[in-house]
Design a protein around this ligand. Structure first.
Ligand SMILES: [Zn+2]
Length: 588
């Protein structure tokens, strides 16, 4: 038995003995990046995760023949140093590590542009930053590989006698402690699954380390760029197929306000006990604003929700959303001036953001120029500043306009969306003994952000009240905010309560006084349709109907206000779950 244990121990020790120098230098390289780049992760846990990850690489190297092993080690080290240098350099110079938008720009850069960028950004002082430490480490690694005798004998002896056995003893513990993230990385990086495709048990776990090394980040960015590229290629050909036969300009001015993460059940407009939307409530009583009562979104993720909101594709149609034209291009072809005023997506976003994800639909410059005549250049801390963008773009407006406001709304973290003076709701306003004080603060933040959002909408409508205009408001999706649970944010769970908080969304239409007077038929059609089931992926057909655009891509059966609207068509969440039967079967 003792012999078996000794044998197993020596086999387990072999990856460290055979690849000792590689293990030490790659470990130091990873440690430098973890320590000096404040990535969105827990650094001690990242260090714990690094050990078993490196051990696995070294174990795989042991499978190779001696000569091939040396070559592969050399290749891996070179790639690791280059990627870490690039990532660290980006962090030092731009304040954010590698992101998909940066990688996309790098891949599209010509040699002369790359040379100019290198001259502009690579300055000697950068060597005084952590980038310099990585350079020193790389030089040391090369020197010791070429001349192993430069390493003092006592160091080699210590590593062999104590270092390797101690590390090996720690690795099983580290492996277990970091298993969750490795499981997550397996699905995200090796299976290339997007967040929306992850199994529920992975979604339920709080990810503490994520893409904790530059190599993880680069691979993730590459997957994102590849996905965006496939999407944009498909869209480019669909967009060019958009066909407009004629347009009656029934509604010469249409304003679409797209909110963010807005839970219908937190609106007093829909019966929430706290007065979170006093302004829109007043408008609803004065008849200019009609509330739709049965609207859902097909996705609880911004990217997917917006893609389906702008594409003429609806669930039940053949193919994918990228196979259909975009409503914005159709409006432009019909002669409308299309403005996009967004507090989330601008072209060439300023330095980061923390998120690695982008929505190619709105940040790709070619696609943007096909969709929009004008858009704002920068995002703002609070949504009210979008009014300034609207005013500065007003000189370009024409007789026929489609204006799209895209708010940051109640995007997590909710407290960041509430300016000073808007913290009206407090933890003491809620009778929720099941929640902690900090959870109650978050809940109050959410409701305060909703109250502020109502004010922002009031400012927009105030600008429009003297025009002949119809306004449509809806968010991309809802959000959990401690409703029937002790948590907030989004999940892939399809339990009824989670579905109701995330997929049931508010939606209303508001008509200015002159619009109501001149469009009584539309006003009455909206009143008739207000309780009909609707899903936000059919929005383009509603907009096209309001504008009076004649196009082979328009489907009256998807247009809520058309007499041929089919209220019985299935509303499939995530393209899979039938919302109506989910509600029926769960409540029975
Ligand atoms: Zn969103």
């Amino acid at each position: 038995m003792r012999n078996v244990i000794i044998r197993l121990w020596s086999v387990a020790l072999r990856p460290l003995e055979v690849n000792g120098r590689f293990f030490v230098f790659m470990g130091l390289l990873g440690t430098l990046c973890i320590v000096f780049e404040p990535w969105d992760s827990l650094r001690p846990l990242s260090l714990i995760e690094l050990l078993p990850d490196l051990y696995i690489v070294c174990a795989l190297l042991c499978v190779l023949p001696h000569k091939a092993r040396g070559v592969v080690r050399w290749l891996l080290s070179t790639v690791a140093y280059i990627v870490c240098l690039l990532d660290c350099f980006l962090f030092v110079r731009t304040g954010a590590p590698m992101q998909s938008s940066v990688l996309r720009a790098m891949l599209a850069t010509t040699p002369s542009e790359a040379s100019e960028a290198l001259h502009a950004y690579v300055v000697p002082s950068v060597l005084l930053s952590p980038v310099g430490l990585i350079v020193v480490l790389a030089i040391l690694h090369v020197l010791l590989t070429l001349r192993p005798s430069l390493c003092p004998t006592w160091v080699s002896r210590f590593c062999r006698r104590w270092g390797a056995p101690l590390l090996l003893a720690c690795i099983p513990l580290c492996f277990v402690a970091s298993f969750t993230n490795r499981h997550y990385m397996f699905h995200r990086l090796l299976l290339a699954q997007r967040d929306t495709e992850l199994p529920q048990h992975i979604m339920d776990v709080t990810i503490k380390t994520g893409y904790y090394t530059p190599l993880h980040r680069l691979w993730h960015c590459w997957l994102e760029v590849r996905h965006d590229g496939q999407t944009l290629d498909a869209l480019a050909s669909s967009v060019s197929m958009a066909q407009v036969d004629s347009c009656s300009y029934t509604s010469p001015n249409i304003v679409l306000i797209v909110g963010e993460s807005l839970n219908r059940h937190h609106l007093s407009l829909y019966g929430y006990p706290l007065k979170t939307c006093p302004y829109t409530e007043t408008l609803a009583k004065d008849s200019g604003l009609i509330v739709l009562t049965d609207v859902v979104t097909p996705w609880n993720y911004t990217t997917e929700a917006l893609e389906h909101m702008f594409s003429l594709y609806s669930f039940g149609d053949k193919g994918f959303w990228t196979d259909y034209p975009l409503v914005t291009t159709l409006f432009r072809r019909a002669g409308y001036h299309v403005q996009f005023i967004s507090n989330q997506y601008v072209i060439n976003p300023p330095k980061n953001t923390g998120s690695l994800l982008d929505t190619g639909l709105f940040v790709d410059s070619t696609l943007s120029s096909i969709q929009f005549d004008r858009r704002n250049a920068t995002t703002h801390t609070y949504d009210e500043a979008l009014l300034q963008d609207y005013d500065s773009l007003s000189q370009w407006r024409t007789e026929k306009n489609l204006t799209i406001f895209h708010l940051i709304g109640q995007h997590i973290e909710f407290g960041d969306r509430v300016p000073d003076g808007w913290h009206r709701f407090k933890a003491t306003d809620y009778h929720r003994p099941d929640l902690t004080e900090s959870q109650l603060d978050i809940l109050a933040d959410y409701d305060n952000a909703t109250l502020y959002g109502d004010y922002v909408v009031s400012r927009i409508l105030d600008r429009l009240k003297d025009e002949n205009v119809v306004v449509i408001f809806l968010p991309d999706h809802g959000e959990r905010s401690f409703d029937g649970c002790q948590t907030y944010g989004r999940s892939n769970s399809m339990a009824l309560n989670d579905v109701q908080q995330q997929y049931e969304i508010p939606m209303w239409l508001w008509m200015s006084k002159s619009y109501r007077q001149t469009h009584s038929d539309i006003y009455n059609a909206i009143k008739r349709a207000k309780d009909l089931p609707f899903m936000s992926d059919r929005l383009p057909h509603l907009l096209i109907g309001l504008a009076g655009i004649q196009s082979p891509d328009y489907k009256p059966s998807h247009d809520l206000l058309h007499v041929q609207y089919n209220a019985r068509q299935a509303r499939r969440l995530r393209g899979e779950y039938d919302y109506d039967s989910l509600c029926t079967t769960t409540t029975q």
